[in-house]
Design a protein around this ligand. Structure first.
Ligand SMILES: [Zn+2]
Length: 253
């Protein structure tokens, strides 16, 4: 599986794009920085976006991805998410106030955007991938994903505080190649991490004990202001096969 890191931070400053990964050139996993990272020629190839939750650092480039490519011949986009997340995007993003409701444009019969509700805990097919949504522990309805293609499976936690089901499913996954997990705040902001449903290096440490497959773990979601502290605290954990995703890099799992 080819996974290009478009953005891997929990905030946006120059050099730090927000969470989005491009899988096998055509499927995006979250959309915090799709239009900021891809050229128009690359954007138009994106046909499917799988969204973990409604927070803007995972969705804010969707309006521009659609707007940029609306008049490109044959362009259309499908956005997949659990029903609560779809409802939130309808109510707060594509609501004709924040941005046009592209599910009715250019007309109801052939809209440029389809919002596709997905099940939890059952695999669904997205352009050659088999994706399973697993509920995690954030402040709004959120799922992580187990993404499988013919070469293997990658687990992506999305935003979460300490959680259980995601790790159980990762442990059960066939041919697990890597896990991508969040770590948003440094240890000294543990209270903030707790109320906002995020991990710190110390809670990451106990989370990783739940993973019993020996695969590399890549971190995303650091808040740019706290990047240096988070990196130092993660290094101090001295865990094998643990590192940070690199923005712009393409991984082959
Ligand atoms: Zn979030």
């Amino acid at each position: 599986m080819k996974l290009r890191v478009l953005g891997c931070y929990g905030g946006n400053v120059p050099e730090c794009g927000m969470t989005s990964f491009l899988v096998n050139d055509t499927v995006c996993l979250d959309a915090g920085f799709v239009s900021g990272a891809l050229t128009l020629r690359e954007q138009v190839k994106v046909k499917d976006v799988v969204i973990s939750h409604s927070h803007l650092d995972h969705t804010c480039s969707l309006p521009f991805l659609i707007d940029n490519n609306f008049s490109a011949p044959g362009f259309s986009l499908r956005i997949y998410a659990i029903p609560e997340v779809i409802a939130s995007m309808k109510a707060h993003l594509f609501n004709n106030h924040t941005w046009p409701d592209f599910t009715c444009l250019p007309n109801d019969l052939t809209p440029v955007l389809k919002l596709v509700p997905i099940p939890e805990d059952r695999p669904f097919k997205v352009n050659g991938l088999s994706v399973r949504a697993v509920r995690v522990s954030h402040t709004v309805p959120t799922t992580g994903f187990l993404v499988e293609d013919k070469t293997g499976t990658v687990g992506y936690s999305s935003d979460t505080a300490p959680t259980e089901r995601f790790w159980e499913e990762a442990n059960r996954a066939r041919n697990l190649r890597a896990v991508i997990v969040e770590t948003s705040f440094p240890n000294e902001l543990q209270d903030l991490a707790n109320v906002s449903g995020h991990l710190t290096p110390q809670t990451l440490h106990t989370e990783l004990d739940k993973l019993n497959q020996d695969v590399p773990v890549y971190l995303y979601g650091a808040k740019p202001r706290h990047l240096a502290r988070i990196r130092a605290q993660v290094r101090a954990l001295r865990r094998r096969k643990l590192g940070f995703l690199v923005q712009g890099k393409t991984y082959r799992f």
